[in-house]
Design a binder for this molecule. Structure first.
Ligand SMILES: [Zn+2]
Length: 525
């Protein structure tokens, strides 16, 4: 577990998931949690069990499916309701039963919010904090407190805001995170307030939103003023303008301020992890993001070209390799020799130097066309097998496919797909109907192959993501499709890229079925 002197606390799965258009399944959340753990964050806030069934499910599955190396899970929730005992409040019970070693309680610290939103007295709010914190502590959980609207509360009634901190600390809360909930603060004033809070002798944390464009600056200012717990979200996700970007915060503190927050080799994975998370969230990565953006170390050549060649350090604020980025940009995540060899080994293949070179060239070429293998392990493994075997072998060959979409008289859209395949010496023609073209193709393929491969009945397409990639240098925009499939035991993802969305989907679908058959033990003959 990470060092307890300074906390890196991620809230992507709770506060970050509030971002407009961002929608994570439980499986997505588990994947994001693994990536964050790979980066080496200390705490991962998984959501609000009890209040949200998906989050209850996340904590349940996390117990058996998440094997965290660095991070501890935190369950988020509110202090007990007014007028009941913490022990009798079902929402508090859900926090207790989440199995999370840490509970982060959100509490009001702004007098007006207590009266208007909570509709209770200032004294009862303090009692709610005291009672809930001490109850959870007595039940064996570590407790952090998010002091909501703290900075506005401090402006409105400083004595009460500080009283909230003292009450929580005395009841046993380990950290009081001061939240700039509406994100309106600027670094100088924020630092003064943090300084006051640090004077209460409670351990102080900071939680910032980016409404003034200062979330990271505010977080750094808070640390300078004595905060030893920073909260933020992967890629700065969050509602409105987002939360403090945890990647930027960590890189700044570690590389510019000398904090030892995550292992150096994990920091060097930061760019890869930031991008892998965007594949799960399906939010287009910000190419100008500090440290991890594709353009973060991209230089326009021109005047500086020769000087950059002689000494790139003259033109960049850090060595991009420290965060796993690249001066030439083009985050070719899989394309490094070492990472391809490593990945091959992970999948159980010993690659010869010739294989590795061929594979690296192929991956680079395909990534330049828009493929991504970071999130499409199954596609990468098929590519790897083709390279090792020296030819492309499949369980079935495609002669042709066709899809028609019809709008009926009643206004209903019906898709019908026909596939012509060759498998085990047979030519098979099958037709499937679906609510969309990809669904129809999927049905047609199964119908065609299920006689020969009954195990396909267990295969299920569970997610389908589309992204339009802008064309570069006169090329057309292309569509990238990522399909996640599952049998009863595992999930895998495949990728297709084409100008035409159905063509891209078909590629991903064909690989999904091939990979599913390999998993079922059908070797390629
Ligand atoms: Zn927040």
């Amino acid at each position: 577990m990470a060092d307890d002197r300074f906390h890196v606390y991620d809230t992507t799965l709770r506060d970050g998931a509030q971002q407009e258009g961002l929608n994570l399944t439980v499986a997505d959340k588990l994947v994001v949690a693994r990536h964050l753990d790979g980066l080496g964050v200390g705490f991962i806030e998984g959501g609000w069990p009890g209040a949200n069934p998906k989050d209850t499910e996340f904590f349940r599955r996390a117990r058996t499916e998440l094997d965290l190396k660095h991070a501890q899970l935190a369950a988020f929730g509110a202090t007990r309701r007014a007028g009941v005992k913490a022990a009798d409040d079902p929402l508090v019970a859900a926090l207790r039963e989440s199995g999370a070693p840490v509970v982060t309680l959100v509490a009001k610290s702004h007098d007006r919010h207590v009266e208007l939103a909570l509709r209770t007295t200032l004294e009862e709010n303090l009692a709610m904090i005291r009672d809930t914190v001490s109850h959870l502590r007595a039940e064996g959980q570590r407790v952090f407190l998010d002091a909501e609207h703290f900075f506005d509360g401090f402006r409105s009634n400083p004595a009460y805001a500080l009283e909230v901190i003292r009450t929580a600390a005395e009841a046993g809360a380990d950290v009081i995170a001061l939240c700039d909930t509406n994100g309106g603060m600027l670094p100088d004033e924020l630092a003064e307030v943090v300084h006051e809070a640090v004077g209460t002798s409670a351990r102080v944390g900071i939680h910032c939103h980016d409404d003034t464009g200062c979330a990271v600056a505010n977080t750094l200012a808070a640390v300078k003023a004595g905060a030893t717990h920073v909260q933020g979200c992967a890629n700065g996700y969050g509602e409105r303008s987002g939360n403090a970007n945890l990647f930027t915060v960590v890189a700044n503190l570690q590389l510019k301020r000398g904090y030892d927050l995550v292992p150096r080799e994990s920091l060097a994975e930061m760019t890869r992890i930031a991008h892998a998370i965007t594949e799960v969230t399906n939010v287009t990565p910000n190419s100008h993001a500090p440290y991890v953006g594709m353009s973060a170390f991209a230089h326009k050549a021109g005047l500086h070209a020769s000087a950059i060649k002689v000494d790139p350090n003259l033109y960049q604020h850090i060595d991009p390799a420290q965060v796993g980025n690249d001066m030439r940009m083009l985050v070719s995540d899989m394309a490094g020799r070492a990472s391809v060899e490593l990945k091959g080994r992970e999948l159980g293949y010993e690659l010869t130097p010739d294989h590795t070179k061929a594979l690296v060239d192929r991956v680079k070429d395909m990534e330049s066309q828009g493929y991504t293998f970071e999130a499409a392990d199954a596609s990468f493994e098929l590519l790897l097998r083709d390279t090792v075997q020296g030819e492309r072998r499949r369980h079935f060959e495609v002669e042709s496919w066709r899809v028609i979409v019809e709008r009926t008289k009643g206004g209903e859209l019906v898709s019908e797909a026909t596939v012509k395949l060759h498998a085990k010496g047979e030519r098979i023609v099958a037709t499937g109907e679906g609510n969309g073209p990809v669904n129809a193709l999927d049905k047609a393929v199964r119908l065609a192959l299920e006689q020969l491969y009954p195990e396909l009945a267990k295969l299920e397409l569970i997610d389908y993501k589309v992204r339009i990639l802008e064309g570069t240098h006169g090329t057309h925009a292309v569509t990238r499709v990522l399909i996640t499939s599952s049998d009863e035991r595992a999930e895998w993802a495949t990728v297709g890229v084409a100008e035409n969305i159905i063509d891209a989907s078909w590629q991903a679908l064909e690989q999904a079925v091939t990979y599913g058959l390999l998993r079922a033990g059908r070797e390629l003959s």
